[in-house]
Design a protein around this ligand. Structure first.
Ligand SMILES: NC(=O)c1ccc[n+]([C@@H]2O[C@H](COP(=O)([O-])OP(=O)(O)OC[C@H]3O[C@@H](n4cnc5c(N)ncnc54)[C@H](O)[C@@H]3O)[C@@H](O)[C@H]2O)c1
Ligand SMILES: *[C@@H]1O[C@H](CO)[C@@H](O)[C@H](O)[C@H]1NC(C)=O
Length: 442
């Protein structure tokens, strides 16, 4: 029998060849997908570099901002970058159900830093904004920033007048509240640099309100006015009903303007607005431009201090208010702030508009302030008593706080001696001062 031709071998060969072809083509596919992957990566990198060169992160008004960072890292970590956005989110996220999300402007400042910490400790989400200007030693602002950062609070470095930045912040976080404390503070400096008061306290405030009225939902706003709006008012104690149309400094005039601007934005756009008239706030991490602070410094250095008298040779007195009391007032105002009523830039109904004094209700003559400091520092002050120059300071302040007490239980509890003790303790620790031993005290 003739055996059939043996096709098995050639069949096997064929199968083998097709197998090889398949293997090769999948190898080819793998190789080509590798090439595709790599070229995509390179293209993406080129695009990122191209994008960062042509669209640096959101406009910065600080000329120093990009100088030392390269484009790629500033695209990621700079304002508007992915890592930046993550920091913003994390900082603003409340730690408790139904917590507030608060934008604190002036968070690297004295009152802003304290309020940010208090809100965060309570479980609210807090994001700071500050331009770190050098009105007083910015290293103190940086130290407050470091303290906040330890408590997971991030401060965005930027100016109130930077509208794209504010819009971006509200894009990333739907803030329920704004605690607006950023301002050009100080009464005397207004004669040296008047424009800085207009830029921050008027233009900056308007810019912030413009952004707040447009966003949806609109936040409720609590902001810092000042006892200085009472100006030449002689009725005593100062009540919210007293006249405030005689400011004695440009600082006071810009704060009074703020109160009128608040009225307008409440009236037209339904923004919920609460103004707080602070009375000479002092305490740890305080402001070096204020008397209690530079008196401490000068007394320790053996320098002569100027102690003011009024034009009628009476003692100048202030209603010094301890920072912890003020913080409680700010938090109380936030807690009782009603929602804004507008949306998309349109008013939908009447909204809350409030003004409160936050003082200590107990004016202390400046001579007494100096005596307390002498005791705490154990140094006799060299005093130079002079008439108060007519540069904006008022001779006397005294708050009536019954309104804040009625509406959110505000009740100051720290007197000047107790508060200054805490301030001096912080001061010597922060600046590393050795106090002389108290004589005859053991
Ligand atoms: N400390 C007081 O005795 C007192 C009294 C009355 C009113 N106030 C008001 O309370 C608020 C807080 O005062 P403070 O004592 O903490 O002052 P502060 O100067 O320590 O804080 C204000 C912060 O705002 C920042 N800032 C200023 N202008 C800015 C701008 N345009 N954009 C972004 N940030 C800006 C500053 O860098 C600063 O860190 C201010 O509005 C102040 O006018 C304070
Ligand atoms: C304080 O203000 C309230 C109104 O807010 C007023 O009723 C009260 O009489 C004032 N107190 C003093 C001592 O002036």
């Amino acid at each position: 029998m003739a055996s059939p031709p043996d096709t098995s071998k050639s069949l096997k060969l064929l199968r083998y060849q097709s197998y090889i072809r398949r293997v090769n083509s999948s190898k080819f596919l793998k190789a080509s997908s590798k090439i595709l992957f790599r070229s995509t990566l390179i293209a993406a990198l080129i695009l990122i570099i191209f994008f960062t060169i042509h669209n640096p992160p959101i406009s910065s008004q600080s000329p120093h901002f990009h100088s030392h960072t390269n484009f790629l890292s500033s695209a990621l970590f700079g304002r508007g970058g992915a890592a930046w956005e993550k920091q913003v989110h994390r900082s603003a996220k409340p730690d408790r159900p139904g917590g507030m999300t608060v934008l604190v402007t002036g968070a690297a400042g004295f009152i802003g830093a304290h309020c940010s910490l208090a809100l965060k400790k309570r479980g609210e989400g807090v994001l700071g904004l500050d331009n770190f200007n050098d009105y007083y030693d910015p290293s103190l602002k940086r130290a407050r920033q470091a303290l906040l950062s330890k408590h997971e609070i991030f401060i965005v470095e930027g100016d109130l007048n930077d509208k794209p930045l504010l819009i971006k912040l509200f894009d990333v976080v739907p803030f329920t509240h704004v605690l607006h404390l950023a301002a050009q503070a100080g009464v005397r400096y207004a004669m040296q640099n008047p424009q800085s008061y207009v830029a921050s306290n008027v233009a900056g405030f308007v810019n912030l309100l413009e952004v707040c009225k447009d966003v949806n939902p609109q936040p409720a706003i609590v902001w810092a006015s000042s006892s200085s709006v009472y100006g030449l008012n002689t009725e005593n104690p100062f009540s919210e009903l007293h006249r405030t149309d005689q400011p004695a400094s440009l600082y006071a005039a810009t704060k009074k303007a703020g109160e009128e601007i608040a009225h307008t934005y409440n009236h037209i756009y339904g923004l919920s607005l609460t103004g707080l008239r602070f009375f000479t706030v002092y305490g740890p991490w305080g402001r070096p431009d204020m008397a209690y602070f530079f008196f401490t410094k000068d007394i320790l250095q053996g320098k002569t201090i100027d102690v003011y008298q009024t034009q009628e040779d009476k003692e100048v007195a202030r209603d010094f208010t301890y920072i912890d009391d003020v913080v409680k007032g700010c938090v109380g105002a936030l807690d009782t702030a009603e929602k804004s009523t507008g949306s998309g830039g349109k008013k939908r109904g009447p909204a809350q508009l409030r003004v409160y004094n936050l003082g200590n209700t107990s004016p202390v003559p400046v001579g007494k302030l100096v005596a307390i400091l002498e005791g705490l520092l154990n140094v006799k002050a060299k005093k130079h008593v002079i008439r108060m120059p007519r540069n904006g300071d008022v001779p006397f302040t005294h708050a009536n706080v019954s309104l804040a007490n009625r509406d959110f239980g505000y009740k100051p509890t720290t007197d000047l001696a107790a508060g200054l003790r805490k301030f001096v303790k912080w001061y010597v620790g922060y600046y590393g001062v050795q106090l002389g031993a108290k004589k005859g005290n053991n």
